[in-house]
Design a binder for this molecule. Structure first.
Ligand SMILES: Nc1ncnc2c1ncn2[C@@H]1O[C@H](COP(=O)(O)OP(=O)(O)OP(=O)(O)O)[C@@H](O)[C@H]1O
Length: 425
């Protein structure tokens, strides 16, 4: 796999200051999700500003897509087309009088034709769920909305790599999770995502790879499990372990675990505890997860499923799905960590429905199927309106009987958000 961005022995000092970066060697693989983690002043922002040539190393080299950045106007234009940078503070990024003008700024600068600009802006606003806000002044938006517009401004230039400095800082927990969902969506579309954060919970469950920085150096680059299970390393970086890792370690110290891989989510943690407690205690029969493609126009099959009363919980995953849920009058129970939450419900014997769109439909099916195989559970999965119920290995008997005895949940009028749970993955 190619490297999206490479830093080779990168040093950097702000004028009249000691070095903020002291020999950084890091490669970010194409298509990966990488978190730069470290305490205040570690050099995360400084390193991110190198990704699209906003800062130039005082020594060393930066390569984007295998090509060294040369810092002349042509090379910088090329790099900025490939790498989109979203600042920590959206107010520093948004300056035009309207949302539309703000998002159009990048494409305009790239010299796109009028029609192309319109198409790029519409597409980007749609992607982040901010269509309808075109005429609004950005400074009148909420923090979460500003962040989405800032992301749209970058997406309008169709970059291959997205770089976010502290994407969730100053956002409330639910908005932060929704922004992370959006980042996942963008990654599933094939983009590399690199972000900086102090939030160890976020980095632990989200990232494929973690780069731990301290005092302008990389202390370690590795898997989230390796980095967050190393107490001495975290101590050196003045960070604390994620809650799920803390629990895992305490239980390990009491001899309850025996070298199992540390879990990264509530789902994985629950499975681990259950297996050590002697296997399944309840509900041999798992629920079915139905998936509805929110990009589709026909909602007849969705109406039929909801009217059947078999769906105990509904999750909406991704911007398009959340918009569509609102248009259909559905109030979702889960709006983040949706697949894991529906898998947890399925294991407890409940049927659920996931609204999602585009490439996320296939991803959701794959993730459910992979979990069913991994856990040896018979979890039903089907795409609403497309295929009959499939069983990831199991029988369906008893399903209707159980649902007939349940109170029919009405997702079009009620529903609730789960409490924010730092462990939900
Ligand atoms: N514009 C600047 N001028 C001078 N020094 C700076 C500037 N920006 C950052 N620094 C210094 O560079 C070092 C690294 O700062 P940087 O902002 O990159 O760290 P960080 O890991 O992103 O920190 P934080 O998590 O607090 O945002 C710090 O010592 C900081 O004081």
């Amino acid at each position: 796999m190619r490297e999206a961005i490479e830093f080779q022995d990168v040093h950097f000092a702000y004028p009249n200051r000691p070095e903020s970066l002291r020999g950084i060697d890091v490669a970010v693989r194409e298509g990966s999700k990488v978190a730069l983690v470290g305490p205040n002043g570690a050099g995360k922002t400084t390193l991110l500003l190198m990704c699209n040539g906003m800062l130039r190393p005082t020594r060393g080299a930066v390569r984007v897509g295998g090509v060294p950045v040369h810092y002349d106007a042509r090379s910088l234009r090329e790099v900025r087309r490939k790498v989109g940078l979203v600042f920590q503070n959206s107010d520093a990024q948004l300056f035009a009088p309207t949302v539309w003008q703000d998002v159009a700024f990048g494409p305009l600068n790239l010299g796109m034709e009028k029609d192309e600009i319109k198409e790029a802006v519409d597409r980007a606003l749609h992607q982040v769920g901010m269509n309808g806000y075109e005429r609004r002044p950005p400074h009148h938006l909420s923090g979460g909305e500003k962040k989405r517009v800032a992301i749209a401004g970058v997406l309008a230039m169709e970059p291959e790599v997205l770089v976010f400095d502290e994407p969730t800082s100053a956002l409330d927990p639910a908005t932060a999770e929704e922004v992370m969902d959006l980042l996942d969506e963008l990654n599933h579309e094939g983009r590399t995502v690199l972000l900086s954060t102090h939030d160890v919970e976020l980095a632990y469950r989200w990232a494929d790879e973690v780069v731990l920085m301290e005092s302008g150096t990389v202390l370690r680059h590795g898997s989230p499990e390796t980095i967050f299970s190393d107490t001495a390393l975290l101590h050196q970086a003045r960070l604390k372990p994620p809650a799920v890792m803390d629990l895992y370690r305490e239980l390990s110290d009491r001899g309850l675990f025996n070298g199992e891989k540390p879990p990264r989510s509530a789902l994985a943690f629950t499975d681990l505890v259950e297996s050590l407690a002697g296997g399944r205690r309840y509900q041999d029969r798992c629920g079915t997860i139905s998936i509805w493609d929110a990009a589709g126009t026909d909602s007849t099959a969705l109406d039929t499923l909801l009217a059947s009363g078999t769906v105990a919980r509904v999750g909406a995953m991704g911007t398009r799905a959340k918009q569509r849920a609102s248009e259909e009058g559905i109030i979702p129970d889960f709006t983040y960590g949706v697949i894991d939450k529906c898998l947890l419900r399925a294991v407890a014997g409940e049927d659920s429905l996931i609204l999602t769109a585009g490439g996320m439909v296939a991803h959701t099916r794959e993730r459910i199927a992979a979990y069913a195989i991994e856990s040896g559970r018979e979890i039903g999965v089907r795409t609403v309106g497309r295929d009959p119920q499939e069983q990831a290995g199991g029988e369906t008997e008893g399903r209707e009987k159980r649902s007939n005895n349940e109170i029919v949940p009405d997702h079009r009028h009620s529903g609730h958000e789960d409490n924010i749970n730092g462990m939900a993955g």
